[in-house]
Design a protein around this ligand. Structure first.
Ligand SMILES: NC(=O)c1ccc[n+]([C@@H]2O[C@H](COP(=O)([O-])OP(=O)(O)OC[C@H]3O[C@@H](n4cnc5c(N)ncnc54)[C@H](O)[C@@H]3O)[C@@H](O)[C@H]2O)c1
Length: 488
């Protein structure tokens, strides 16, 4: 689309727009809170790069329009004065203004089919697109992420459903009194509710029939840490993966000895990483993470044999791609349930459809968070009442703690806004922001020139030539192997 010279002059003009989120009814987050806007405005354009902030009105945003007005923002549907427009999720296609810079989670860099019309629109309108997911520091670590909030909200939601599931299996548990994350006015309030569930477990115990109640957490990234943070509010013991079988033997003995007799007063946690998920095909070779990441085809999956038989709940938090073995294939879960296993449910925060959990065939909704999968007939159900395992796969979890997630996000984003709002040349942006620009004035930047090829071939992997500054652009998102290896 052609645009006037006047339109072109908007880029870098220091006027920032904040979108009303329209894509998902649950999206109540904001990229900048009124306080962040106040700091940017009151510092003055020369210091902060921001001269005005125009906020689209929204009656569902976690911070009301009036609070933005109070700190000097303008509230208007019209963002045409803005050179930089910020959102959380993408705006509606037809509302994209030409020759502006936009920043949001675009989900376009792996040529995601559903978002390609959107990218086409961005390019045809001469837009500069900065994707938050691609803002990584010099050491490859993502700088702007909601992962911990996803983990926290995900585990609270799952515990809420676990109470319902156990009830339908004939067990009353303290989990039943817990609400979903969004039902609490704050993260602190949700945590207080989990603490009170924990107190109930510590004083009243859990029915023996569901014990030992073992939560397995995959990975040690942000999502996993957030989920563990909630889990540790319950009376708990963490066990090493290799000790899981002992837990079962021990519990039996305790019962037989009549020591803790009829109830168990705690839950168990087990954190597993890739070395617990696979083993080398050559028995003479041991596991090396670098080798596994480079050559996953040399490794066999073992999670289903070593870990799965002992878990009641799987909290899945790993980054995964097709070249890696699945954590749990459908055949494996069918075999497991045929043999009999304690698995009650899967909290799949990764939400990779047909991904590391093969049977996951849909994302679920905040207001309808669970489905039931019955491995014995390979069928899916919307209720919590019959045979099989329950599964939760909400893909917009951090918005359930919209206030805290927005605060956290804006604390980091506000440090980038000045550059994004005031710079007119890509070359003048700091490196971490330059790398996150998928397009500049309607052209794909050099790091993302692979997108049309990937789109055409429908390839799953980003070509190897997309190694830049130590950052390996994987097919799903920017991911840094060096940092990840440091976790070992
Ligand atoms: N449902 C939601 O609302 C939501 C929100 C945020 C993130 N996510 C998803 O959750 C997942 C984790 O996000 P994060 O922020 O914790 O990422 P992260 O980078 O902080 O952590 C990723 C973890 O996965 C592990 N990992 C990476 N590749 C692996 C492999 N091949 N095999 C085994 N383990 C591997 C890493 O060691 C690390 O522990 C991502 O897929 C992300 O898209 C979902």
């Amino acid at each position: 689309m052609n645009s006037s010279g006047d339109e072109k002059s908007r880029l870098g003009n220091g006027v920032v727009g904040i979108l009303a989120e329209t894509v998902n009814k649950w999206e109540r987050r904001t990229p900048l809170t009124p306080l962040h806007c106040a700091r940017l405005l009151h510092g003055g354009k020369d210091r902060t790069g921001v001269s005005r902030v125009v906020v689209q009105p929204s009656a569902k945003r976690i911070h009301h329009d009036a609070l933005y007005e109070d700190v000097g923002c303008e509230v208007s549907d019209d963002l045409s004065d803005c050179g930089l427009i910020l959102g959380i999720k993408q705006p509606e296609l037809e509302t994209i203004l030409p020759e502006r810079a936009y920043a949001f989670f675009s989900h376009t860099h792996k040529a995601q089919k559903e978002n390609m019309p959107f990218l086409d629109e961005i390019l045809s309108k001469g837009v500069t697109l900065c994707d938050y997911e691609l803002i990584v520091g010099d050491h490859g670590k993502r700088l702007l992420a909601f992962g911990k909030y996803a983990g926290r909200a995900g585990l609270v939601d799952f515990l809420h459903g676990l109470g319902q599931r156990y009830l339908s299996l004939g067990y009353s548990t303290p989990f039943l009194s817990l609400g979903s994350s969004y039902m609490y006015s704050s993260l602190a309030a949700a945590k207080a509710a989990v603490v009170s569930v924990g107190e109930e477990i510590a004083s009243q115990g859990l029915p023996l029939g569901i014990c030992p109640l073992v939560f397995v957490f995959t990975g040690t990234g942000n999502v996993s840490l957030g989920a563990q943070e909630i889990f540790t509010l319950l009376p708990h013991t963490f066990v090493e993966p290799s000790k899981l079988p002992e837990l079962f033997v021990k519990d039996k003995e305790v019962t037989q000895n009549g020591k803790s007799t009829k109830r168990v007063y705690q839950v168990y946690g087990c954190i597993i990483t890739s070395q617990d998920m696979v083993e080398h095909k050559d028995p003479s070779k041991s596991f090396h993470k670098a080798d596994y990441y480079a050559h996953p085809e040399h490794y066999n999956p073992v999670f289903h044999e070593k870990i799965s038989p002992y878990m009641s709940v799987l909290v899945n938090c790993i980054y995964w791609e097709k070249r890696f073995p699945r954590l749990l294939s459908t055949k494996q879960i069918i075999d497991l349930t045929t043999k009999g296993c304690p698995l009650v449910g899967i909290c799949d925060i990764t939400c990779d459809i047909g991904g590391s959990i093969e049977f996951l065939n849909r994302a679920t909704l905040i207001d309808s968070p669970f489905f039931r999968f019955n491995p014995s007939n390979n069928s899916y159900y919307d209720d919590m009442d019959g045979d099989g395992v329950i599964c939760m796969a909400i893909d917009i979890l951090p918005t359930e703690f919209a206030k805290e997630a927005s605060q956290h996000f804006g604390d980091i984003l506000s440090g980038f806004v000045g550059s994004l709002a005031s710079v007119t040349e890509l070359a003048d942006l700091p490196e971490h922001l330059k790398r996150a620009c998928i397009s500049y004035k309607g052209e794909l930047t050099s790091l993302y020139e692979y997108i049309p090829r990937m789109r055409k071939s429908n390839a799953e992997e980003v070509p190897q030539e997309n190694m830049a500054n130590g950052v390996f652009l994987q097919s799903k998102r920017t991911y840094n192997i060096v940092v990840d290896l440091d976790e070992v």
